[in-house]
Design a binder for this molecule. Structure first.
Ligand code: AOF
Ligand code: ZN
Length: 369
C-alpha cells in the first residue's frame, strides 16, 4: 500500500503537467510499474484530443506493461470520446493490476471503468490518495454532476474589508505580489466574470499576462451587464481573449449589435426579481459552454448576488495591512446579505498564506452533501 501511495503521489505530479490546459477534460496522471518493480512508463493528459494519461504511459512501457501495475489518478475511461477507451488499452496490454485514485463521475453511474477492468480479470485497488485525486478535478466533477461551474470569488481589500476609499480611489490596495498571485487564479479559471460597474470604473482587460502561464488556455472574459451600460470600446472587447456578455432583454438592440461586432458572444439571460441577470441562469449558460471553473472578480454588487444566492464554493481574499475605514468606503460584498447573523454562510478555512506584505485567506463553503 505504501508503494501504491508513493506511486500515486508521482502520478499526481504528472497530472499537474497539464495544469491550465486540459479543460473541459480532467487532469490525469498515470505510471506503469513492471513485474520487475521498475517504473517503465509515465503519462499525463495534455488536453482534449490528445492521448489520455494511461494511453501515454502504456505507449512508453510497450511490452513491459504485460503483468504490470498501472497507477492512475482517475478511473480509466471505458468509452470512445475524442480518443479510444483506456480500459481496452489496459486489457490489451495485459496489465495485472490497476490502482485508482478517484472515480470519474463523467463515465456515468456505477464506476463502469473499474467494472470493466475487473470483468477482464484485472485486480483493481480504489481510493488510493482519493481525496487528493478528487481535489485536483473539483471543477470538472462539479460540472459533470450539475452542469454548472465551480465558483471561486476573489477579493482584494484592506484589513477592514474596504476595496476602495470613499473618494473612489482603489489603486492599489494589495501588493504587486498579491496581484501576481491573482494571475494564477485567472489561469486556473475557464472564465472570469465581472459586473458592468467594474468595467465602467476600472476598464480592466481581464487577461492572463504572466509569462508563467503563457501556455495555458486564455479564460473567457464574462461581463454581466443587465441594461447595456458598458461601451463596446471597453478593453474587454479588444479581441485579445474570448469575451461573453451576459445581459437581459432590457438592453437595446443597438448595444447588442455593437458588442457582437467586436466578436463577443452576447447571451440574453432571464431576469431575477430585480430585473438583473439571473445568476443561476448565468451559471447554466456558462456550464453549457463548458465553463467548469469560474472566477468572480467583482465588484461588490455582483459578489453580493453570488453570496445572496449561496452560489460561491470558495472565497479567496487578499488582505492588505491597511485600514481605510469610513462608512462610505465600499466593502467586498454588497447585495441583501444574510439575516440574522447565524443564517450567514458557514465556511471552513482551507489555507492562510502570506503573499508579500499581504495575507491570502482561502475559505470553502461547507456544504452538507
Ligand atoms: C482517462 N484518462 O487521461 C483522461 C480521462 O474526449 P476524450 O477522449 O478526451 O475523453 C474525455 C473524457 O475522458 C473526460 O470527460 C473524462 O471522463 C475522461 N478523461 N480519462 O481515462 C485521461 N483525461
Ligand atoms: Zn481514458
Amino acid at each position: 500500500m505504501e508503494r501504491h501511495e508513493a506511486d500515486m503521489r508521482r502520478a499526481l505530479e504528472l497530472a499537474e503537467r497539464g495544469w491550465g490546459r486540459v479543460s473541459p477534460n480532467p487532469l490525469v496522471g498515470a505510471l506503469v510499474r513492471s513485474l520487475d518493480g521498475d517504473v517503465v512508463g509515465e503519462g499525463w493528459h495534455e488536453g482534449p484530443g490528445t492521448p489520455h494519461a494511461e494511453a501515454m504511459a502504456l505507449a512508453v512501457a510497450g511490452t513491459e506493461a504485460r503483468g504490470a501495475t498501472v497507477v492512475c489518478t482517475l478511473e480509466p475511461c471505458n468509452r470512445f470520446g475524442r480518443t479510444p477507451p483506456c480500459t481496452t488499452a489496459l486489457i490489451e496490454a495485459g496489465v495485472a493490476r490497476v490502482i485508482v485514485g478517484a472515480t470519474d463521475p463523467g463515465l456515468g453511474e456505477g464506476t463502469p471503468g473499474i467494472a470493466e477492468l475487473r470483468g477482464a480479470g484485472i485486480d483493481v485497488v480504489t481510493d488510493v490518495l482519493g481525496a487528493g485525486c478528487r481535489a485536483l478535478n473539483e471543477a470538472f466533477e462539479r460540472h459533470v454532476l450539475t452542469g454548472r461551474p465551480f465558483v471561486v470569488l476573489k477579493s482584494a481589500s484592506s484589513l477592514d474589508g474596504k476595496t476602495a476609499a470613499a473618494d473612489g480611489t482603489s489603486r492599489w490596495i494589495t501588493s504587486d505580489e498579491a496581484r501576481a498571485d491573482v494571475q494564477r487564479l485567472r489561469a486556473w479559471s475557464d472564465a472570469v466574470v465581472v459586473g458592468s460597474g467594474t468595467v465602467v470604473a476600472d476598464d480592466p482587460s481581464l487577461t492572463v499576462r504572466d509569462h508563467r502561464y503563457a501556455d495555458t488556455r486564455p479564460p473567457r472574459r464574462v461581463i454581466v451587464d443587465s441594461t447595456g451600460r458598458v461601451s463596446a470600446t471597453a478593453r474587454v472587447f479588444d479581441g485579445s481573449a474570448p469575451t461573453l456578455v451576459a445581459t437581459t432583454d432590457r438592453t437595446s438592440h443597438g448595444r447588442v449589435s455593437a458588442w457582437e461586432e467586436t466578436g463577443a458572444e452576447v447571451v440574453i439571460i432571464d431576469r431575477d426579481e430585480a430585473g438583473r441577470v439571473s445568476i443561476p441562469g448565468l451559471l447554466d449558460a456558462l456550464g453549457k459552454r463548458d465553463v467548469q471553473g469560474l472566477l468572480v472578480e467583482g465588484g461588490a454588487h455582483l459578489a453580493g448576488s453570488f453570496v445572496d444566492g449561496d452560489l460561491v464554493d470558495r472565497f479567496v481574499f487578499y488582505l492588505a495591512p491597511k485600514v481605510i475605514g469610513g462608512e462610505r468606503a465600499p466593502g467586498m460584498v454588497a447585495g441583501a446579505g444574510w439575516m440574522p447573523v447565524d443564517a450567514g454562510l458557514g465556511l471552513v478555512f482551507e489555507r492562510i498564506e502570506r503573499i508579500g506584505p499581504d495575507l491570502k485567506v482561502v475559505a470553502r463553503v461547507h456544504r452538507h452533501r
